[in-house]
Design a protein around this ligand. Structure first.
Ligand code: GLY
Length: 353
């Protein structure tokens, strides 16, 4: 088992990575700051229960299980309202604990429930997808989507512990592996020269290395007033692509990490068009994304103008177009990017004008 600390000003916590670490949940709950809870609410998906990842959890407290549907559509305020109602009906108190067991959608939703239920209760995350392990379950970003955009309502709410049980990856569907690999590509690129070495590690080491990279950034900027924004590399276009599905007009059927992979390649092309990086570095982006068996092309038929409009709503933007871009000083936040250049970079990677 690997243990990676997330060091924070208040309430640091550990992320455990390894086969079967979900069985540590009982001990984690007993040893929580504030004492062992009398009641625990597990928020999960039916698929996790069917796979057997929930019922063998041993918890010394009354336990209620609440389920959500799989898919981004269930990351909504109406899901939060339903879950919180179920928690009240089950009698969950302010001293109790919510445990999210699942992938990134579950951990985002369960974390946001914990952040808002009774104005905030303790939360433990049991991550069962590659995406949740390397990114979503770690660092305290929780939230839900609106039909006009991804993750637009949420809260910073740190878990008290994260258990990344790599045994659960045995039942992970291929598209969900691809989804996790999109975020791994991001970490490889954030490492700069030599970052591709991350891809040579075995699975446990790779997950541990991504968590350690994320923990370092989160420790230095818990609430994203600066450096943490770099963890959104590739996400400006990714969130715009995902919003097209949320709007309901078209179905691109992209998983988050698949959209991030496209966003990473686009970010490299845009950085090149702005004269910030060489063709070699663009090739490195394409090599890393392709090497992880991910597509770097924008789905056909999308309009550059519509994507630019959606990217203007990004949380990093300040009434402008803001991207995380590679450049001579490494990867950094770049504000005020010219929309005409963005449109022409989008057209070069497959968009309609
Ligand atoms: N996924 C980006 C972050 O946690 O900051």
């Amino acid at each position: 088992m690997l243990t990676i600390p997330v060091l924070l000003e208040n309430d640091s916590y550990d992320v455990a990575v390894g086969d079967g670490v979900r069985h540590h949940l009982g001990q984690v709950l007993r040893e929580l700051r504030g004492g062992a809870p009398k009641q625990v609410a597990i928020i999960t998906e039916q698929a996790m229960i069917d796979a057997g990842w929930v019922h063998d959890l041993v918890i010394d407290a009354a336990t209620v299980i609440c389920t959500i549907e799989g898919g981004e559509a269930s990351k909504s305020l109406s899901t939060i309202e339903r879950l919180c109602t179920e928690l009240v009906e089950a009698g969950l108190s302010r001293n109790d604990v919510i445990v999210g067991v699942g992938g990134g959608i579950v951990t985002d939703v369960a974390g946001f429930c914990a952040a808002t239920y009774h104005r905030g209760i303790r939360y433990v995350s049991v991550a069962t997808s590659l995406l949740a392990m390397v990114d979503a379950a770690v660092g305290g970003k929780t939230g839900v989507n609106l039909s006009v955009g991804k993750n637009l309502v949420g809260a910073f709410w740190q878990p008290s512990a994260v258990l990344c049980d790599t045994e659960t990856l045995h039942t992970l569907p291929p598209r969900e592996w691809a989804c996790g690999r999109g975020e791994i590509a991001k970490y490889a690129l954030l490492r700069g020269e030599g970052g591709e070495d991350l891809l040579d590690l075995d699975l446990h080491e790779q997950v541990g290395a991504c968590v350690a990279d994320k923990a370092m950034v989160v420790s230095s900027d818990e609430r994203e007033s600066g450096r943490r924004a770099l963890l959104n590399y590739g996400h400006t276009l990714a969130h715009a692509l995902e919003t097209i599905d949320l709007e309901g007009g078209a179905s691109l059927d992209l998983r988050h990490g698949e959209a991030v992979a496209i966003g990473l390649v686009f970010a490299a092309e845009l950085a090149f068009d702005l004269g910030r990086i060489s063709e070699d570095r663009v090739r490195a982006h394409r090599r890393i994304v392709g090497g992880l068996d991910l597509q770097g092309e924008i789905p056909r038929g999308l309009s550059a103008a519509h994507l630019v409009d959606l990217m203007g709503r990004d949380k990093k933007a300040n009434h402008d177009l803001t991207f995380i871009l590679d450049g001579p000083a490494g990867i950094e936040v770049v504000h005020g990017v010219d929309g005409a250049v963005v449109r022409s970079s989008l057209e070069r990677v497959g968009c309609l004008p």
